[in-house]
Design a protein around this ligand. Structure first.
Ligand SMILES: Cc1ncc(C[n+]2csc(CCOP(=O)(O)OP(=O)(O)O)c2C)c(N)n1
Ligand code: SF4
Length: 261
């Protein structure tokens, strides 16, 4: 594939003894009770510990937003950036320090509206970062305006302005841009941590679209809805084209690793 390539053999790094609790600040998050972000917070802390990573050698860059607020509750090296700009921050940090594990966390508003260009170019260049796109279908921190992923049947405060708008599909955009690892996960699925782990371990650009219910502003795409409508892929698709077709299906809504090149 085009862009940077990485040695197939993984570098052997010293394994840290850090535990899950070492990745958590001892303070209670301020998300609304029941918000999907709680599960990402807990699952990611466990995954980073399971991977033997060191909190100080793990850098997470954050967008503004409810998902971006995770930077106040996950204990790693961190940079809380501007809305839509967590990806270029992550790219810059990785370019300067190849020894660090670098992730970027942001919402569908940040990565698919304000900062879409950064997502596409990081995928195209195969930058060695992991992007966790927390899709709750809305600009939630600013109380629920429509983003490029807001389905037509979810009536947000600004839906009437965008009735004709085409939705953006994060996985499809990443796949056509050349991303070398593309996955989707629902925060409530049992192998959520395994999908995050595979993305973090992948050498090159990895994207995980995270289906994360906003229990305050989204009455449609609830935990129950996702449990009923998502289905797990048995294994990654054979090629990018097949992955693209699967990524665009809505019924069922597939989760799992779609493509790894
Ligand atoms: C450059 C810039 N534009 C707009 C805002 C206002 N703003 C702050 S949070 C936010 C919504 C965030 O939505 P999203 O990225 O989807 O994350 P969520 O809150 O849904 O997790 C917006 C529009 C900002 N802070 N900076
Ligand atoms: S507004 Fe939505 S996304 Fe934000 S903390 Fe509350 S439930 Fe979570």
């Amino acid at each position: 594939m085009a862009g940077l390539s990485f040695p197939k053999k993984l570098l052997v790094l010293p394994v840290s003894m850090a535990k899950k609790t070492d990745f958590l600040w001892p303070r209670q998050p301020t998300w609304c009770p029941g918000c999907g972000n709680f599960l990402t917070w807990q699952t990611l802390a466990q995954t980073l510990a399971d991977l033997g990573l060191e909190p100080a050698a793990t850098v997470i860059t954050y967008d503004i937003g409810c998902s971006g607020n995770m930077g106040n509750f996950l204990r790693t090296s961190a940079f809380l950036g501007l809305h839509g700009r967590a990806i270029p921050l992550a790219v810059g940090i990785k370019q300067a320090r190849l020894d660090l594990t670098v992730l970027a966390i942001g919402g569908d508003g940040g990565f698919l509206a304000e900062g879409t260009n950064h997502l596409l170019h990081a995928a195209r260049r195969n930058d060695d970062i992991t992007v966790l796109l927390v899709n709750n279908h809305l600009f939630s921190l600013t109380t629920g305006q429509a983003t490029p992923t807001t389905p037509k049947n979810l009536l947000s405060k600004t839906s009437q302005l965008f009735r004709q708008a085409q939705l953006l599909n994060a996985l499809a955009l990443a796949l056509v841009s050349g991303a070398s690892f593309v996955a989707r996960a629902f925060v409530g699925q049992s192998n959520y941590g395994a999908i995050l782990a595979a993305a973090i371990q992948h050498r090159g650009f990895s994207l995980v679209e995270i289906l994360s219910p906003c229990v305050t502003f989204d009455p449609v795409y609830t935990f129950g809805w996702y449990r009923q409508h998502t289905r797990l892929l048995a294994k990654p698709l054979a090629d990018r084209r097949q992955a693209l077709l699967k990524a665009e299906e809505q019924t069922p809504l597939w989760t799992g690793i779609f493509y790894q090149g």
